[in-house]
Design a protein around this ligand. Sequence first.
Ligand code: MG
Length: 341
Amino acid sequence: MTLSFAYRRYSLPFRTPVRTAHGLWTTREGLFVRLENEAGGVGFGECAPIPWFGTETVDEAAAVCDALGASVDAERIAEIDAKEFPCLRFAFESAQASIAGRDVRAPGALPVAALLPAGRAALEKIHALAEAEFRTFKWKVGAGDAADELALLDDVVAALPAGARLRLDANGAWDRRAAERWLARVADYPVEFVEQPVASEAEDLLLGLAADYPTPLALDESVAGAGDVARWLDLGWPGIFVIKPSLLGDTAGALARLPAERAVFSSALETAVGAADALRVAFGFYANAAMETKPRAIGFGVWPLFADARFDGPRAAPFVRLTDVDRRRSKSEVLWNALTC
Ligand code: MG
């Protein structure tokens, strides 16, 4: 069946620039795709690349869209290489799924991790987030001096409510020495996992650290596309995988082999359009997983995120429900129309 096709680019400043291992990120760039079938069924999808994770750039995705013209069919969409254009593939698959109206049988709600800012600022946030009933907290580390941050760890742990879980995310910032010091120290703390302690290129070091210390490690920047999940499983990675559905390309392929207890679903800082589809992937994954698997808190506590609040998903709360996700998704057309002005 032929589908009429259009796309629109966006360039959305963040409310607050996002600190990354590659410097400050001030503006989210991406594009929306719109598909319409002959019966008038319309679906939207979002391509939200993060090139330093190894995805395509927005320009590259837009060039593919330009080459497609005003109509596509399922075969042509399937020809978009999921390795080369993972984010664009996700956009098209999301739009197709939306037209098909595929139902997800899923848990009613998934727990959400609260984000703590780097450094001492984390301490001021914990109380209010605990009052709001968050129980999983992610603290950004590796942003300042490793010794100073390590000295704060006791205070952060002491401030957490009873039964809380703490995640640390170094965004690949530590060298071997800093990573070893931290991992030796956190062995005695209620740390759920340490995310990307060293750079994604340091694969042997990551495997060595995972073997040498008891606290689980999680790969984030190391997992750019579906192929990386399979590759790390083949390397014997014993830890956790941060799964950003928007970046995976072949989502079903990537998740097929992944044990449910080793996945942590996460935002790629998409707009509400792509986030709703990424969340549906997460809900679908747990619907298929064994019932006894308790989902790990998802990393979608990112909103408010954009200067233009219309593009935000639901404000961070300790749980997200599929019905909230679907309500947001029905606003895709409004956001598409917002890009004309
Ligand atoms: Mg991370």
